[in-house]
Design a protein around this ligand. Structure first.
Ligand code: MF3
Ligand code: CO
Length: 254
């Protein structure tokens, strides 16, 4: 069942997301060659706890950390480690979740480390743009699949592929709620979107094929063909005036 959240609830979801997005933006300054993903994890956890909130991923289905830190061909759910040290030319996707006052926030961002080449920058730009194209369709009266269709169209017209096996989700009193929000598909399908729904929209985009595999650590999801992958995520709520991105500042949906 897809929940319609009250204004009171949306305020709480917004507060969790504000802290969450601030954690992601704070990390930007630290993402340099030489830092380990474990150090980034500690920074995020300390920040979230300093805001009287809890890391939402830690302990979720046994996940051991605050952030997921996925480097290069890792798509999502990379486990932070002191032995994973960033180097010039890498990309790193960081996904983080916050729980405060019983409500959740979820967001992800892919960062460049030092200098990256133009093709890599195009992957990141296209993935982020596809997120905003999807968000733009999160409008009352549209169908759910209009979001994924917009994401997929943008990604594929730029020559990349969109991961099928992992999807976005409703969010609120749980990290993952109905509905699933795929990043692909025909338009005009699925439930009608309504004011008060809260969705985490999160395209994962590969340079090569869209197929994935999970490593022996049972968490890290990588591209099957070893190509690079990027991931951007926002939590949005549907209002009378269209989609509202829940983050630390007002982000225009263009
Ligand atoms: N952020 C992921 C999502 O959006 C969830 C990560 S779950 C964890 O679905 F267990 F890996 F933390
Ligand atoms: Co999510």
């Amino acid at each position: 069942m897809i929940y319609i959240r009250s204004e009171e609830e949306i305020k709480k979801i917004a507060e969790s997301n504000r802290i969450n997005y601030q954690a992601l933006m704070m990390l930007k300054d630290y993402i340099k060659p030489g830092i380990s993903t474990k150090q980034l994890d500690n920074l995020a956890e300390d920040y979230i706890r300093s805001m009287d909130a809890e890391p939402a991923f830690k302990g979720y289905k046994g996940y051991p950390a605050t952030i997921c830190a996925s480097i290069n061909s890792e798509i999502v759910h990379g486990i932070p480690s002191k032995d994973r040290v960033l180097k010039d030319g890498d990309i790193i996707s960081i996904d983080v979740g916050v729980k405060k006052d019983q409500y959740y926030g979820d967001a992800a961002y892919t960062y460049t480390v030092g200098e990256v080449n133009g093709e890599i920058q195009k992957l990141l730009d296209t993935t982020q743009q596809s997120l905003y194209k999807g968000i733009k369709k999160a409008v009352a009266g549209n169908n759910l699949s209009d979001i994924g269709h917009a994401v997929q169209s943008h990604v594929e017209s730029n020559g990349f592929s969109v991961v099928r096996d992992l999807v976005g989700h409703g969010i609120g009193r749980k990290l993952h709620e109905d509905p699933e929000v795929p990043n692909f598909g025909e338009p005009g399908r699925g439930p009608k979107l309504k004011k008060g729904m809260c969705l985490a929209i999160e395209p994962m985009v590969n340079v090569g094929d869209f197929t994935i595999k999970t490593l022996d650590d049972k968490w890290t999801v990588v591209t099957q063909d070893g190509s690079l992958s990027a991931h951007f995520e926002h939590t949005v709520t549907i209002t009378d005036n269209g989609p509202l991105i829940l983050a630390d500042k007002k982000i225009e949906v263009n």
